[in-house]
Design a protein around this ligand. Structure first.
Ligand code: ADP
Ligand code: 3PG
Ligand code: MG
Length: 407
C-alpha cells in the first residue's frame, strides 16, 4: 500500500471569492447523527460544525447542495434513516436561510429542485445510502451526483476514510474539489497529534465498530505509550488473552492479530479486570458486577468499578501529555451500563484542566461526554470522526482527503 497523503489539500479559502458567485457547490457533509423514534436528534455537533462552511459559501453567492449518509440502511423504504429531521435542525440553527429538503439524492425531481435554486439557497439531499451504488463507489452514480454542480467541497472528515461515490468517485469528476472549513480544522489538529503528540500518549479505545478500528490500531500501537481498552472492543482482547468472555461480542476475524499485539505490546496494554454483565440486552434492571471470567450466557455491557477507577486514575494522572479517547466503555445509553463511560468522560475533563492535551473522536463518544455533563470546551479538540480520526492518526489512507486538489 502506498504512503497515505493526508497533507492539507486546497480549501475553500484558497479560491477567489468570485469563483463562488452564482455557482452550484456540491458539498459532502457527515450528518450521520443519532435520531430517536420521535425524529429528535441526539447530538448535533456534526451538523453545527458544517455551518461555517455553508455560511462562508452562501454569503459569496453559492447555491449549496448538501449530501450525506445516515446510518447503515438496508432498504430505501426504511424511514428511520431519512435525513428529513436533519434538514429541519439545520434550518433552526442557520442564521439566515432556511434549508430545503429533497426526498431523494438523484433523479428528475432533484434536478428540478436544483434548477430552481437561487444564490444563497441551501438544499439537503436524502440519504445517499438509500442507493446501494453509493457504498460501491459506482461510477455512474458518482457521475450523476457530479452533474449537479460546478464545484465540489468535502466537509465530511468523519466519512473521509470511506471510498464511496460521494467521497471519492464524485470529486474525481470535478476540476475544482476542495476542503471545507471543518475538514481543514480536523486535518490541522490531527496532523499535529499524528506527527508530534506531547508525550506520554495514552489511547483509550472502546465502542463497537471493532473491525473499523483494529486496522488503525495496528499503526497506532507503536506510537502510544499506554493503551486502555474498554467497550465491546475489550472482549476480543480478553478472549485473545485467554479470559472467558461468555456471550460478549467477539471479532473472530482479528483474534490472531490481537493475540500477537498483546504479546508484542504487553507492557502498554491494560484490559478490564471486572465487568458489569447481564444475560441479554433487553435488561430491565438486572445487572451484576463480575471479576475475571464472564460465564456463559452472560454479556459484558460495561467495565467494572475496579477497571473504571484504574482507567480514570491513569487518564487524570498529574502529568501533561496527550490522551485520545474513541468509543464508549459500555452500552452507556442504558443507565445501568453508563458508569464506566461517565467516569472516563469526567477524568478526561480533569486531565484537560490539569494541562493535558485531550482529544475525543466519534459520534457516540461525543454523546457520551455530554451525558456525563462534560462540555465541548473541556476537551482540547472534539473530532467529528470516530473510525476516521483513528485512521488519520494511524497514518492510514483517507480517500476523501487524498482525492482533493493539492496546493
Ligand atoms: P464512536 O461513535 O464513538 O466511534 P462506536 O460507534 O464504535 O463509537 O461505538 C459506540 C456504541 O458502542 C454505543 O452505542 C455503545 O452503546 C456501544 N457499546 C460500547 N460498549 C458496548 C458493550 N459492551 N456492549 C454493547 N454495546 C456497547
Ligand atoms: C461514522 O459515524 O463513523 C461515520 O459517519 C461513518 O459511518 P460508517 O461507519 O457507517 O461508514
Ligand atoms: Mg458510532
Amino acid at each position: 500500500m502506498s504512503e497515505a497523503d493526508t497533507k492539507m489539500p486546497k480549501t475553500i479559502l484558497d479560491l477567489n471569492d468570485l469563483m463562488y458567485y452564482g455557482k452550484k457547490v456540491l458539498m459532502r457533509v457527515d450528518f450521520n447523527v443519532s435520531i430517536n423514534n420521535d425524529g429528535l436528534i441526539g447530538e448535533d455537533y456534526r451538523i453545527r460544525m458544517t455551518i461555517p462552511t455553508i455560511e462562508y459559501l452562501t454569503k459569496r453567492g453559492a447555491k449549496m447542495i448538501l449530501m450525506s449518509h445516515l446510518g447503515r440502511p438496508t432498504s430505501a423504504q426504511d424511514s428511520r434513516y431519512s435525513l428529513a429531521p436533519v434538514a429541519r435542525r439545520l434550518s433552526e440553527i442557520m442564521s439566515v436561510n432556511k434549508v430545503r429538503f429533497a426526498p431523494d439524492c438523484v433523479g428528475p425531481y432533484v434536478e428540478k429542485e436544483i434548477d430552481e435554486m437561487n444564490m444563497g439557497d441551501t438544499l439537503l439531499l436524502e440519504n445517499l445510502r438509500f442507493h446501494k451504488e453509493e457504498e460501491k463507489n459506482d461510477a455512474d452514480f458518482a457521475k450523476k451526483l457530479a452533474s449537479f454542480a460546478d464545484i465540489y467541497v468535502n466537509d465530511a472528515f468523519s466519512t473521509s476514510h470511506r471510498k464511496h461515490s460521494s467521497i471519492y468517485g464524485t470529486p474525481k469528476q470535478f476540476d475544482i474539489k476542495v476542503a471545507g472549513l471543518n475538514l481543514k480544522k480536523e486535518i490541522e489538529y490531527l496532523s499535529m497529534m499524528k506527527d508530534n503528540p506531547p508525550k506520554p500518549f495514552t489511547l483509550v479505545i472502546g465502542g463497537v465498530k471493532i473491525t473499523d478500528k483494529i486496522g488503525a490500531l495496528e499503526n497506532l500501537f507503536p506510537k502510544a505509550d499506554n493503551l486502555l481498552v474498554g467497550g465491546a472492543t475489550a472482549y476480543t482482547f480478553l478472549k485473545a488473552y485467554g479470559v472467558k468472555t461468555g456471550n460478549s461480542p467477539i471479532d473472530h476475524e482479528h483474534l490472531s492479530w490481537v493475540s500477537k499485539a498483546l504479546s508484542k505490546y504487553s507492557d502498554k496494554i491494560t484490559l478490564p479486570t471486572d465487568h458489569i454483565v447481564s444475560s441479554s440486552q433487553q435488561v430491565s434492571g438486572s445487572a451484576s458486577l463480575i471479576k475475571g471470567d464472564i460465564p456463559d450466557g452472560m454479556v459484558g455491557f460495561d467495565i467494572g468499578i475496579e477497571t473504571s477507577q484504574l482507567y480514570s486514575s491513569q487518564i487524570s494522572a498529574k502529568r501533561s501529555g496527550t490522551i485520545f479517547w474513541n468509543g464508549p466503555m459500555g452500552l452507556f445509553e442504558i443507565g445501568l451500563f453508563s458508569n464506566g463511560t461517565i467516569n472516563i468522560a469526567k477524568s478526561m475533563a480533569l486531565s484537560y484542566w490539569r494541562g493535558s492535551r485531550t482529544l475525543i473522536g466519534g459520534g457516540d463518544t461525543l454523546e457520551a461526554i455530554k451525558r456525563a455533563g462534560v462540555s465541548e470546551g473541556e476537551v482540547s479538540h472534539v473530532s467529528t470522526g470516530g473510525g476516521a480520526s483513528l485512521r488519520f492518526l494511524a497514518g492510514n489512507q483517507m480517500p476523501g482527503i487524498e482525492v482533493l486538489d493539492k496546493n
